[in-house]
Ligand binder design. Sequence first.
Ligand SMILES: C[S@@+](CC[C@H](N)C(=O)[O-])C[C@H]1O[C@@H](n2cnc3c(N)ncnc32)[C@H](O)[C@@H]1O
Length: 276
Amino acid sequence: MVVERHEPDFEYIRRLVHERAAIVLEDSKSYLVTARLTPLAEREGYKSLRELVEMLRTQPSYSPLVKSVVEAMTTNETSFFRDIAPFDALKNEVLPTIIKANANRRALNLWCAACSSGQEPYSVLMSIREEFPALADWQITFHATDISSEMCERTRKGVYSQLEVNRGLPAKMLVKHFSRRGMKWQVKDDLRKLLNVREVNLVQPWPPMPPLDIVFIRNVMIYFNITTKKEILVKMKKALRPGGFLFLGGAETTLGVDESFERVPYPNASCYRLKD
Ligand SMILES: C[S@@+](CC[C@H](N)C(=O)[O-])C[C@H]1O[C@@H](n2cnc3c(N)ncnc32)[C@H](O)[C@@H]1O
């Protein structure tokens, strides 16, 4: 069964996903509902997608089934060192600046919001380990969060297929920071234990975190409308330490959304700071 864009089932799912995760499903994305929810319906023992939607309509809004549907409608595309330029900016400019600013405190607070299956926070950690050995005795807090419990579990485990490690991970980092697990690779414990992984829905209250020096919130705000983007940036202003850096995805910007941020120009990287 294909859910057409004007069908009540599509409208129902669209509203549900927007209410729960702020994700905007465009009309042109109606095929995603069919593609992502049909396997879920089968797994949960429903005869059809329509039957699943009928059941959803009877459920309280925080039921496990509603949660599974919302999670299934998220896009979890990611890779190690995705887009590479932000990681060059991190290594060459951002971390040296923060290290200088925090030299007395010897502490570094990071957050990867919407971290999907964890390649992004592990890329940041590997950059720190490779390039800044002096940080080994700093106090590092690193929150890695996503709305999806499945993605959080994947991040915690840090297990990746050969195909996933082939996407963006330099061979020397694979050898140094991963152990073989049958046909897969697992991030070594010393890196995994640095991540504090938890479920956080960006449009619900955020957990307490220390003032943040560096935040990666990449390739998630593209799914939100302008009102939601504004709300998130208002919260981000409070979460960032003055002088802290915000990394967005290549198609995302604070410009025209919240003028308290300014773009810090690095080649091909979208990095922002609060204006003085
Ligand atoms: C395309 S991935 C981006 C992953 C990574 N940041 C990157 O750039 O490679 C988007 C992630 O945002 C998460 N997400 C979607 N809506 C969210 C929300 N309301 N709160 C928190 N995470 C959300 C999804 O579960 C998904 O893992």
